[in-house]
Design a protein around this ligand. Structure first.
Ligand SMILES: [Fe+2]
Ligand SMILES: [Fe+2]
Length: 292
């Protein structure tokens, strides 16, 4: 079946049960972001990664005027509320764990859309192909993270969509839609780095509650997210070097210009440093300065 945006999603690969994707990475990324059904979005992300690594996708030629959507396709539920109108999350017991896993599932679904938006929106950027190899991997892993949490919610008698969610992550990403350097600063190096700070305490609280299955999912996500931050740090430095910009002051200026949320401790300095995000990047933005 050839779709109107140039992606060919023919039949299903009998080996993996995924749609066979061919065409361009740009068109495939657009299709993933535009897809409303979450399980179809996950399948498309997996199939696109498979096609990209098999060499079946072009980047998208310069005459391809395909535009990335301003808003991602989403199911009817959850209801999206402005961040300030979000009800306080239930804590404790199964209901508290479900509420936590639901909020994480929403973050991961947002990450799927933000990553494929980065791939599609900046597909014409003058960067090596390795740049797209890295972000296709991230887009695949975000889809897997959502899928793991979605299945875990079902196992606990709940479902993605049961609780309201907010659109803050997508909006934060879209504030950088005109600049690849700003996008790399904000998405992996601010938003995903925050996940390194909050992930281990959440995992510990799930373990303390005896929910080892959920804790194991958080361990996978934490391992992968450290790599996503590392990709961000690597490409941010690459882009700065090419423009003859100093990475740390450039990062500070971009975050102040494009990001309204707080950058606050406690920081997971060890994990951040292992990902290449050294304190000189984030401590001057946090109001606590560099500790001596
Ligand atoms: Fe993730
Ligand atoms: Fe990530």
């Amino acid at each position: 079946m050839s779709t109107d945006d140039g992606v060919v999603a023919a039949a299903v690969d009998p080996d993996v049960g995924l749609p066979v994707i061919s065409g361009s990475l740009l068109s495939a990324a657009r299709k993933i972001v535009a897809e409303c059904d979450t399980s179809a979005k996950v399948r498309l992300a997996k199939a696109t990664a498979k096609a990209w690594y098999a060499g079946r996708l072009s980047l998208g030629n310069l005459s391809d005027r395909t535009e990335m959507p301003d808003r991602p396709g989403r199911p009817d539920k959850p209801e999206l509320l402005p961040p300030r109108q979000m009800p306080k999350r239930t804590t404790g017991g199964v209901r508290g764990r479900v509420a936590l896993l639901h909020s994480l599932a929403h973050i991961e679904l947002s990450a799927v859309d933000m990553t494929w938006d980065l791939v599609g929106r900046f597909v014409r950027a003058p960067v090596p192909t390795a740049f797209f190899d890295d972000w296709v991997q991230v887009g695949l892993e975000e889809a897997k993270h959502f899928d793991l949490l979605d299945k875990r919610l079902h196992a606990l008698g709940a479902a993605y969509g049961d609780h309201p969610a907010h659109d803050g992550l997508w909006q934060a990403a879209q504030a950088t839609k005109d600049s690849l350097l700003a996008r790399v600063a904000i998405v992996p190096l601010v938003l995903e780095a925050r996940g390194l700070d909050v992930g281990p305490p959440m995992q510990a609280s799930l373990e303390a509650a005896g929910d080892t299955a959920s804790a194991a999912i958080l361990a996978i996500i934490y391992r992968d997210e450290k790599r996503h931050v590392a990709f961000g740090a690597k490409w941010f430095r690459f882009l700065c070097e090419r423009e003859k910009l100093q990475p740390e002051p450039t990062f500070h200026a971009l975050v102040r210009q494009h990001f309204r949320g707080p950058i606050k401790p406690p920081f997971n300095d060890k994990a951040r440093a292992e990902a290449g995000l050294t304190p000189g990047f984030y401590k001057p933005l946090s109001g606590v300065g560099l500790s001596k």
